[in-house]
Design a protein around this ligand. Sequence first.
Ligand SMILES: Cc1ncc(COP(=O)(O)O)c(C=O)c1O
Length: 391
Amino acid sequence: MKFASRLDRLPGYPLAELPARKRALIAQGVDVIDLGAGDADYPPPAEVIAAMRQATGETALSKYGFQQGNPVFRKAACDWMMRRFGASFDPQAEVLPLLGSKEGLSHLPLAVLNPGDVAVVPEPGYQAYLGGTVLSGGEPYVYPLTPRTRYLVELEEIPAAVLPRVRLVYLNYPNNPTAAIAPMEYLERTVAFCRRHGILLAYDNPYCDLTFDGYRAPSIFEVPGAREVAIEYFSLSKSFSMTGWRLGWAAGEKRFITALTRVKSYVDTGPWLAVQQAGAFALDHAERLIAPNVAELQARRDAGVGALREAGFELESPVATMYLWVPLPAGVPSAEFSRRALEEAGVVTLPGSAFGPGGEGFFRIALTVGGARLREGILRLREVLARADVA
Ligand SMILES: Cc1ncc(COP(=O)(O)O)c(C=O)c1O
């Protein structure tokens, strides 16, 4: 059997093999500390679980949701965006429930790109951008996120030969994996650039509520004129620790939402209506329900950054996300470091190279466990690094 050549253009998925290897080590009795996937150890809010219990008993919610989904969720998403960003959307026409934002991000190129069209993809970055572009037959233009631009994608730097073919750009701030944030001035000139060049801006914002030290992450729709060029993605996964429930949404002008809806009509039938019902409850009480998670993450960030600095790593303290993006000493390959961290110290980290070659020289820690356990994991990492033969 021969498979499609597009499969060969997909890089290996970084988290694909990890769960099996982790299980094997645990079976051998290793005390594994998993700082890999962005999936915190605390549960979803008890009240959301109660809302879900109730929703499962409503048999009408066991029917196909189709793309329309549960009107209660559409309304809750719009109410939340109004409260949170002062942005008004029509619940029927300008919002689309998603099976987690990942699928909406990766399906978007099917609606936007023709063969030969280009999507700008940040690297290191969330893999769905590249994967969706490749699977749609589009061409990724990989832009390296480095300290030089404070991990911002500077669209002015796209070569003149490529620019006319660019139809789509993915941006994600607060950023996974670098934890970088985007200043308003940057977002304004980026929206202006997209408007000038007719580029759709897919703004991926699942970490907008995981912010510390008084920082407030904006919506792209706070930028004047953004509606003409932007579609924004939100998720319940990280804010409410509901990763497995698979619920998010896209928001934007009707023509963008309609295009994505058309694609999705052929590939899925929408999130379970009961999950949307419970998700609506979560969004209606978001401020109160998210606050304890953010306080916990901030404490973890402080513990993690402190322990890393004591261990000799040099990093800034991030004001958002659930990640620490940690530079490795020169000459230490990230894949080898993360492999040895797992095999010799039982600590799961993600090597920077797993986010594309542009991530080399770094590794990512997710703040998935409490401060004491985090410190223990970082202590073990220090020992791995201290062994002279790691480089
Ligand atoms: C930047 C970014 N976007 C989107 C997602 C997808 O989240 P979900 O599909 O769970 O909504 C993630 C998950 O890790 C992410 O890091």
